[in-house]
Design a protein around this ligand. Structure first.
Ligand code: GAR
Length: 216
């Protein structure tokens, strides 16, 4: 538990069900959530952290005149926890290039689409509107390009005729809650790395197609 990779700070903006999954898994896992930071004072994820006795910090973007100033305050808040990994879990602010460079290779994000398809917001409705048969979730390293960093792992779901944005959100969350803790565990073991715009598991270029994360 003393390896620096194993200390994780989670950044969120809302409900925090992914935080919950990460906390639940961490008791049996090889990492610990050292702190939770929200840009919204009313994010339910903050309550979840408190219930698990995990320290929280609010860095309210509305209190900062520019993204740079917000990013600086965020850096400060993160550094107080001294994490080896920053995990974005429903964190709905765009991070500036300096921030991303500073923590290069140490920021993960989970995104509700099969990237590189459907970056941005409102993904469930957009895949429905496009008549897609397949949807999914991606975990990727964060780089300067929004939702554009190299993918580490993906899980897909079939879209049924009865699905709407809400049913898709439920199905996606189920996948997320398994996939994200698994990827964070791999990072904690020092097995994941970012090199330029490529993600590696050990020496292997990711994503590995057709292979479940549990088999890695
Ligand atoms: C998750 O579905 C996550 O993939 C998405 O927000 C949701 C947060 O849920 N993230 C993004 O859209 C990032 N662009 P949660 O607060 O219950 O974990």
């Amino acid at each position: 538990m003393h390896n620096s990779h194993r200390s994780v700070v989670v950044l969120l903006s809302g409900n925090g069900s992914n935080l919950q999954a990460l906390m639940d898994f961490s008791s049996a896992g090889n990492y610990r959530v050292s702190g939770v930071i929200s840009n919204r004072p009313d994010a339910y994820g903050l309550q979840r952290a408190k219930q698990s006795n995990i320290p929280t910090t609010v860095v309210d973007h509305k209190q900062y005149a520019s993204r740079d100033l917000f990013d600086q305050a965020l850096c400060q808040a993160i550094n107080e926890y001294g994490p080896g990994l920053i995990v974005l879990a429903g964190f709905m602010r765009i991070l500036g290039a300096d921030f991303v460079k500073r923590y290069q290779g140490k920021i993960l994000n989970i995104h509700p689409s099969l990237l590189p398809n459907y970056p941005g917001t409102n993904t469930h409705q957009r895949v429905l509107d496009a008549g897609e048969k397949l949807h999914g979730v991606s975990v990727h390293f964060v780089t300067e390009e929004l939702d554009g960093g190299p993918v580490i792992a993906q899980e897909s779901i079939a879209i049924e005729p009865i699905d709407d944005a809400q049913t898709l959100a439920v199905k996606i969350h189920e996948k997320e809650h398994v996939l994200y803790p698994a990827v964070v565990s791999l990072f904690a073991d020092g097995r994941l790395s970012l090199d330029g715009n490529s993600a590696f598991l050990d020496e292997q270029l990711l994503p590995v197609t057709g292979q479940r994360i549990d088999d890695l």
